[in-house]
Unconditional design. Sequence first.
Length: 266
Amino acid sequence: MKIGYFQFSPERGELSRNIKTVRRRLAGTSCDIIVLPELFNTGYLFSSIDEAAALSEEIPKGATTQALSEMAASSDVAIVGGIAERDGDHLYNSSVLVRSDGEIFIYRKLHLFGFEKDVFSPGNREPEVFDVCGVKIGMMICFDWYFPETARILMLKGAQILCHPANLVLPYCQVAMPTRCLENRVFAITANRIGSESVGDRELTFTGRSMIIDPLGRVLAEAPVGESCFECVDIDPQVACDKRLTSRNNLLSDRRAELYGELTVG
Ligand code: ACM
């Protein structure tokens, strides 16, 4: 199976330009799964809830999801990308998985970072896993990495590959994700963005270094800090189904879930 990311610098508020950038890059690709950054269509900073609402869209009928569906069908690829979702009165920082057969799945970011709390509602659904080419895929978004429960629950539900759209501004995730993969024996694709954005007195610079990591925590691909980059690697997703650590240790059966009660107390 070939999995990849497209790291680039989305232009704030320029939905059709950002979609065009992705369409151009993905045309003719021969990857099975490609992950795009968080909020790849809108950019990251919003001047107000009204601006975010105007740039958000319903899934699946919104223009971005429809465009991703066309790209997925024409290039026979599954695409995961972050978009601003509108559902009734709520806005969510969401990720869509769009399969080449037209099926669409949603994940809503559980752990909102900083100013996102002023604009988005936190995700209101349990993380789920979805099938792509017979392989189980889980989605998480950017700051979710800081909460190891996110990757853990996805692994427990059978995820072999974590698809992780990101707009990283802290410098730690690229250090942490190999451990997330090792402790869960899963692959991960972190698709980060590059560039800077400013709105009013807020300015953010994104850290690039998108990564593909294997179940032993090895980095299979890593993008530069500040350049657009499309990368695809070959993996055997079955490796993520083997949870044996030593001849006497197994990641699943060695857990002591009966003693972890406080992990699920809010
Ligand atoms: C982030 O969660 N976008 C930092």
